[in-house]
Each structure stands twice: as C-alpha cells, then as structure tokens.
Design a protein around this ligand. Structure first.
Ligand code: ADP
Length: 248
C-alpha cells in the first residue's frame, strides 16, 4: 500500500479513520445518559400506574414495551462503545492474579436464571486451585457472552457444559475454556462469519432471541487483546462448541 500512496496522502486517511473511531466512541458514550434518564422515567411511570386505581391496560403494555426497547438500545450502545474502544487500542487487559474456577462459577451463576427459564442446566468443570494472571472482568465477560449464546441457541431441557483447564502447548502455559451446547448449531457456511460485527445467522430464525450480532465480535476482541485464539465447531441440529485459548 505504501508503495502506491505517498506518506503525505496517507496522513489524512489515517486521521479520518481515527476521527471515525472517536466519533463512534463519543456517540455511544453520549447516548448513555439520556437512555438511563428514559429508563428511570419509564420506571417511575410504571410505579405510578401500579399505585393508581385506574385500569389502563394500553398504558401498561406500551410502557413495558418501551422499557424493553430502551434496554435493547442501552445494550447495543454499551456494546458499540466497547467495540469502538477496542478499535482504538483502549481494550488493554488489566492483569492481576485470580482464581479462574471461582470467577467462572460467579459468571455462570449470573446466567442460571436464564438457564432455569428454559430448564437448561449449566455445568461447570473447573480446577479449584487454578490461579491465573489475566483480566478477571474481561474473563467473566467472555464467559458470559459464550454461555449466554449457548443457552439462547438451545431448545428447552438441554445442557450447557463449561470446561476450564490449564494446558501447556508448545512450551506455553494456556488457559483453555470450552463452552459446549447441544443446541440448534451453526451452518457450515455461516461459521466463518459469526465473529463479524452485526452478523446473525438466518435472521428470521434467531430474531426472537433479541441480540444485535455484536457479542461474538466483542468476545473475539477480548481474546485478541490477550493474544489468544477462539474458534467454533458446530453441527446443525446437534450443537456447538466454542474453544478459547488464552496464553498466561
Ligand atoms: P447475537 O447472539 O446477538 O445474535 P453474536 O455475535 O453473539 O450475536 O452471535 C452471532 C451469531 O452466531 C448469532 O446470531 C447466531 O446465529 C450464531 N451463534 C452464536 N453462538 C451460537 C451457539 N452457541 N449456537 C448456535 N448459534 C450461535
């Protein structure tokens, strides 16, 4: 590329790219405050409606619909902000020692209510004494993204298995994380695209699960920040396994 473009010509391009990334980060940041104000207002209205004697079913329905939509925009905004930050190299890991098994148990516990709502058991198999030096918050986020998907894309009464292990690959100490489901699976032609931003397989089929197609892009960025790898194996109708390897 640099053979064809003079350095002078490249500078404005680099600048405009940097400005674009800044814009995405600023825009999503600016959206957060009004969204939380909206959410608080909706909740106040809901409370007032509940406490009043008036029977207003339409108001009830509209408010709960509004709350759901605001929640969805808030989630999207948070995801976009994180992606914009990692684009500008701000997603540096905050490494400090923690118990990987304990952190995984906490992350999995947060998803139990979601699992319970579909009678999906989430099993965790992790060494009790494994202390790693990584970013605990990002580690939890990564697990939550993968387990959340495993539950979302499984029919009722299935099992999701999460397995943590320490391995040495070519002399390098690795933390491996495996998230396995027996859900709907991912078609072979879709597999290479699932880590793309806004990619969702078969929109009509997955739309009801309410995601925006940013979860795996974020998971990928977190793994990249730690110079690790993430890949998926899947058989349609049988299930999917995500494997993450994080150098320690
Ligand atoms: P979202 O779940 O919000 O749509 P993601 O980026 O997390 O976005 O996932 C992208 C797509 O990959 C999903 O829309 C879905 O089609 C597919 N996918 C991800 N995880 C699984 C899974 N465990 N089983 C089946 N499909 C999955």
């Amino acid at each position: 590329f640099s053979y064809w473009m003079s350095r002078k010509a490249m500078v404005p391009i680099a600048r405009s790219y940097a400005r674009q990334k800044e814009f995405a980060a600023d825009a999503s940041h600016e959206l957060r405050t009004p969204l939380s104000v909206l959410l608080t207002s909706i909740e106040a209205l809901q409370l007032e409606l509940e406490e009043s004697a008036a029977d207003l079913p339409l108001a009830h329905n509209l408010l709960s619909g509004m709350k759901q939509e605001v929640g969805s925009i808030a989630k999207l905004t948070g995801d976009l902000l994180q992606l914009a930050r990692s684009d500008s190299g701000e997603l540096a890991l905050n490494r400090s020692p923690f118990h990987a098994g304990l952190a995984a148990a906490k992350a999995v516990d947060r998803l139990r209510p979601l699992g319970d709502s579909k009678r999906i058991a989430i099993e965790l198999d992790a060494p009790t004494d494994l202390v790693v030096e990584w970013d605990e918050e990002r580690f939890a986020q990564l697990l939550i993204l993968l387990v959340d998907n495993a539950v979302k894309y499984s029919p009722e009464n299935r099992t999701v298995q999460v397995k943590l292990a320490e391995r040495t690959v070519k002399g390098e100490r690795m933390l491996t994380v495996e998230v396995k489901d027996n859900g709907i699976g991912i078609a072979a032609e879709a597999l290479p695209r699932i880590f793309d931003r806004f990619y969702r397989e078969d929109r009509s089929r997955t739309r009801q699960s309410g995601g925006h197609g940013l979860g795996l892009a974020i998971a990928h960025n977190i793994v990249n920040a730690g110079r690790g790898t993430i890949h998926a194996e899947s058989v349609v109708g049988k299930g999917t396994t995500f494997t993450v390897r994080l150098p320690l």
